[in-house]
Design a protein around this ligand. Structure first.
Ligand SMILES: [Mn+2]
Length: 436
């Protein structure tokens, strides 16, 4: 029996706005949190010990992390090298450099010939000899259009058709790998992808260009004993029959408030040919707490807000306080007292929203959490600009195309932007163009 630790979406180096500088180390406390939870995963890999570690992709927020972030990640995975535990590092969308042949941040582990480390940056099968026998791992990194399609093939197609064509191309490639498998060796598909009925978490907001989705039926093949995924931050098993399990371990730390209610951790797998058992193992990730209170109809708003704060366990948590009130109540708010009431939090933000029939409320979708989905931001903006109503759908369509092109080279993006600009210039003022 082979024992495997499956971890994914470490995103080390993100969410710094929810931390503060630790005066003792000079580092952002959120970097320390992410390293701490990753070390809990590695601790477990060593204490079991497992025979193999699978990393599902998205090591950092982007492909060019600063050296101290790169080193924090490497410092943890180095412990697996020392323990001689083979490891597969799969390349996720955040690991790929967007400019042409920029490569992936994780490829350095292959270049350096780190013993026992395999980098999954293309579709291929790796046969790994572990302490407890051989395992086959098919790596399926995040696919961009340019991986399987040429620019010429896609230029006249809609996004939906590009998605379809990409799936058509992927099928025989995957099939060829499957045909080459040794039927007597336990087999894992390790993929960084969005599967058909995956329950979306924060990843929806992290990725700028939305990628394509892979039908679950392509993954639930009898030749796979376990399907190890990365990309979605909420832990879940997509295959109800569990044959094979199709598992996202999720992220190891909360990247933003959209992950507030999710458990964070990794997955331990026990594998034999035709037999698999797995369990989700939670890690002690830092809690996030939202305190939302509407005091607009309340006589003593200050007391009501303090009471709402006291109801939540905020010690050492990342906290956001959102209170709604009428403008004439503003004077009765004692802000220093609110700061005092929140002082046991790790970090906190306070957001006051005015409720009024005369004042347009602030755009609630914007500015909450760490990252904003650009399409939602634009939609919200357009919803609030009735004067742009007649070109709103046109602008959304243009933006969609711009974002979809993000996967291609920056140059291609510029080309499309120029095309769209020309189209818009014909009919609209440049004031609207500047928005795009
Ligand atoms: Mn991803």
């Amino acid at each position: 029996m082979v024992k495997i630790l499956h971890v994914s979406d470490t995103h080390i180096g993100s969410g710094f706005q929810h931390g503060s500088i630790n005066p003792e180390t000079g580092l952002n406390t959120r970097l320390e949190d992410f390293v701490n939870t990753l070390s809990q995963c590695i601790d477990r890999a060593l204490s079991e010990p497992v025979d193999l570690v699978l990393f599902g992709g998205d090591a950092f927020p982007d492909a060019t992390p600063p050296p101290y972030v790169q080193e924090a990640f490497a410092g943890q995975f180095r412990r697996l090298v020392d323990a001689k535990i083979p490891t597969v590092l799969l390349v996720g969308n955040h690991d790929q450099h967007s400019q042409g042949q920029g490569g992936a941040s994780l490829c350095i582990y292959r270049t350096l010939g780190v013993p026992g480390f395999v980098v999954g940056d293309r579709i291929t099968t790796h046969r790994l000899e572990t302490q407890n026998g051989a395992v086959q791992v098919i790596t399926l990194p995040w696919l961009t259009r340019s991986a399987l399609l040429t620019r010429k093939e896609t230029e006249s197609l809609s996004l939906v058709d590009v998605n379809k064509l990409l799936i058509q191309r992927l099928e025989p490639v995957l099939e060829a790998e499957i045909r080459r498998l040794d039927p007597n060796v336990p087999t894992i598909l390790l993929g960084h992808l969005m599967a058909d009925n995956a329950n979306l978490g924060a990843e929806r907001f992290l990725a700028v260009g939305k990628g394509f989705t892979i039908p679950l039926s392509m993954l639930t093949r009898p030749c796979f004993d376990y399907v190890a995924l990365g990309h979605i931050h909420r832990h879940q098993n997509l295959n109800k029959s569990n044959d094979p399990p199709v598992v996202y371990p999720g992220s190891i730390e909360r990247v933003d408030f959209s992950e507030e209610k999710e458990d964070k951790g990794f997955v331990l797998v026990e594998l034999e040919k035709g037999k698999v058992a797995w369990e989700f193992c939670p890690v002690a990730a830092r809690p996030f707490r939202t305190i939302e209170v509407d005091v607009s109809e309340i006589e003593d708003p200050q007391a009501a807000i303090i009471k709402a704060i006291e109801k939540k366990p905020i010690a050492d948590a990342v906290v956001r306080l959102i209170y709604k009130l009428r403008s004439e109540q503003l004077e009765s708010i004692d802000t220093p007292a609110l700061h005092q009431a929140l002082s046991s939090a790790h970090t906190y933000t306070i957001q006051a929203e005015l409720v009024s029939q005369l004042t347009r409320p602030r755009l609630p979708e914007l500015g909450i959490g760490t990252s904003i989905d650009p399409m939602e931001a634009l939609t919200t903006y357009l919803d609030n600009r009735t004067d742009l109503k007649d070109i709103a759908s046109q602008m959304l369509e243009a933006a969609q195309k711009l974002l979809a092109a993000e996967e291609d080279s920056w140059l291609a993006t510029v080309e499309i932007a120029e095309e769209e600009s020309k189209k818009l210039v014909g009919s609209k003022s440049d004031r609207q163009l500047r928005l795009l």
